[in-house]
Write a protein that binds this ligand. Structure first.
Ligand code: CMP
Length: 143
């Protein structure tokens, strides 16, 4: 089953939209298989965002994501990586259409509410950075 890493960023946590965001993915039909509220250590933030190391906003990005707790999650389901990205909307909330998470709750690219893996390779990498295998659950089919 395909899995992805999603994270409500500090702005989303402080705006009290964790529940709303979890609800959207639940209602879509995806399954939550891991979740934790955590402060991200600087080294983990730098590794997670390693591909942006040379960007002028890297310091700001790492500073923001480590500034206050995030809600890290692993979700599973059919095409969850691409579908979650659609549900999140464009990276810059000003381009994100209404009905998407960033379109509904975000205002600026730096504080864009949520992060989601952009490919199967990123999903495996990011899940491995944030979760130990034993922190993820498996479901027995009830319905
Ligand atoms: P995310 O999906 O977490 O992946 C990288 C992040 O970099 C992105 O969301 C944005 O929040 C952030 N980002 C992209 N462009 C800029 C920018 N110009 N200034 C600040 N942050 C940015």
């Amino acid at each position: 089953m395909e899995k992805t890493f999603l994270m409500v960023k500090p702005d989303g946590v402080q705006r009290n939209v964790i529940g709303e965001i979890v609800s959207r993915f639940e209602k879509k039909g995806f399954q939550l298989v891991g979740a934790k509220l955590m402060n991200i250590p600087t080294e983990l933030a730098e590794e997670h965002y390693g591909e942006h190391k040379e960007r002028p906003f890297f310091g700001e990005l790492v500073g923001f994501i480590t500034s206050s707790p995030v809600f890290a999650m692993v979700w599973q389901g059919e095409n969850v990586i691409a579908t979650a990205r659609q549900m999140m909307g464009s990276t810059n909330p000003k381009d994100a259409v209404a009905g998407t998470i960033r379109g509904d709750f975000g205002l600026t690219v730096g504080k864009n509410i949520i992060h989601g893996s952009d490919s199967p390779e990123s999903a495996v990498r990011e899940i491995g950075l944030f979760f130990k295998e034993e922190e993820l659950v498996e479901y027995n089919k009830l319905m």
